[in-house]
Design a protein around this ligand. Structure first.
Ligand code: MG
Length: 382
């Protein structure tokens, strides 16, 4: 060990000894020494609907909306509460407040007396019924937030992820009129990457990109949301987009068109990412060769536990990884942000598109996702 690194080590060890010797139950500040309470207590859960209201009408290929319904989940143990969110975008999973609530009523956490048995608890939740990934995600996030709070540590620290490695997040611009596109592009000034929704007619798609390029030369990523139906047309469009400084293309074709998508990926000058094609862990290996990478979203894959496994699996297959979100509060966005040091692209801006965010959490500073030191997912309920 060099003198300098030895000095650093001793300094760190002394600091660790000073804070780590006498554990105290943490309730919100990660700088306090903590000791998780022992098993034997009682886990409880409550949930309630919440409407995520959008600052602008949000339009993508095939859908338009002003609100995203959600169910917020709280799991408590020994006086400490973790928060979770099940956002329910209508086009993505088919789940509603009613079906998610019906599922959550079946979740009986009183059968567990140790919140750190996350594998057992989440296996049980996943086995209650097939599907219902959004509702399961709400439980997963709340449970992870709870164990982080009980330890007094942020999840990124518990997992060993480096907060300096977080990427910039893209800022999403939905389909709109030329005037609105200009307005939204100017609004996106603080962000370094734009995510642009395409997938309508050739004329409209090209109008959107040309309009944005009149305003800015920032990097752009594209999400066509399955909007293009012909592989030759899709490849031509990707070539046109590459000439305009686009970085990558997400889900250009319908989700089940694997052969055509593999044909495009083989020839595409831009990396391709599967979103609607990639729901859960079991999908990752079958998408090798179909897309260059996958877009993980917590509400698709049931939450943080499975998202971590998907990242590891995709990396082992040599695939790229991005993490996305839907229009959800800083609760779910801060949960997704815990994983962001491990991905190539991040699209965690759902909270920024809301007018009634009811959590304070991770921030975007100079375009970059910035994780805080608060325990769990790092949020405060407003
Ligand atoms: Mg997408």
């Amino acid at each position: 060990m060099s003198p300098l690194s030895r000095r650093s080590f001793l300094k760190s060890a002394a600091a660790a000894a000073a804070v780590g010797a006498v554990p105290v139950l943490g309730t919100g500040c990660s700088s306090r020494p903590v000791c998780p309470p022992p098993p034997g207590g009682r886990l409880s859960m409550r949930f309630y609907p919440h409407d995520n209201e959008l600052a602008h009408t949000f339009t993508i290929s095939g859908f338009s909306r002003d609100v995203t319904h959600a169910v917020l989940v709280e799991i408590s143990y020994e006086g400490v509460t973790g928060y979770g969110e099940a956002a329910l975008p209508p086009y993505m999973t088919g789940q509603t407040v009613e079906t998610a609530s019906d599922f959550l009523r079946k979740v009986d956490l009183s059968r567990f007396n140790d919140p750190f048995m996350t594998d057992d608890i989440l296996d049980y939740v996943d086995g209650i019924a097939p599907g219902m990934s959004c509702a399961k995600c709400g439980v997963d996030i709340a449970l992870h937030d709870l164990i982080g709070r009980l330890c007094g540590l942020p999840l990124w620290r518990m997992w060993g992820y480096n907060p300096d490695k977080t990427p910039c997040t893209s800022y999403t611009i939905g389909m709109d009129t030329r005037e609105k596109i200009i307005e939204k592009t100017l609004e996106a000034e603080p962000y370094r990457i734009l995510k642009v929704k395409l997938g309508s007619t050739e004329e409209n798609d090209k109008m959107i990109i040309s309009t944005i390029r009149e305003v800015t030369d920032k990097p752009i990523v594209i999400d066509a949301n399955q909007g293009w139906k012909d592989k030759y047309y899709a490849l031509d469009m990707i070539g046109w987009l590459q000439e305009r400084g686009i970085q990558m293309i997400e889900q250009p074709m319908p989700k089940d068109v694997y052969d055509d998508m593999a044909w495009i990926t083989e020839r595409s000058p831009l990396p391709t990412y599967g979103d609607e094609s990639c729901q859960r862990l079991e999908d990752v290996s079958r998408l090798k060769g179909v897309f260059s990478g996958i877009n993980i979203k917590l509400i698709k894959c049931t939450g943080l536990r499975e998202a971590n496994k998907m990242i590891t699996t995709a990396r082992s297959l040599g695939m790229n990884v991005m993490i996305g979100c839907t229009t959800e509060t800083s609760c779910a966005c801060s949960a997704a942000a815990q994983l962001s040091p491990k991905v190539d692209f991040a699209d965690i801006d759902g909270n920024l598109l809301l007018s009634n965010d009811c959590f304070d959490g991770m921030k975007v500073v100079d375009g970059k996702i910035t994780l805080n030191d608060k325990p769990g997912i790092g949020v405060t309920k407003i």
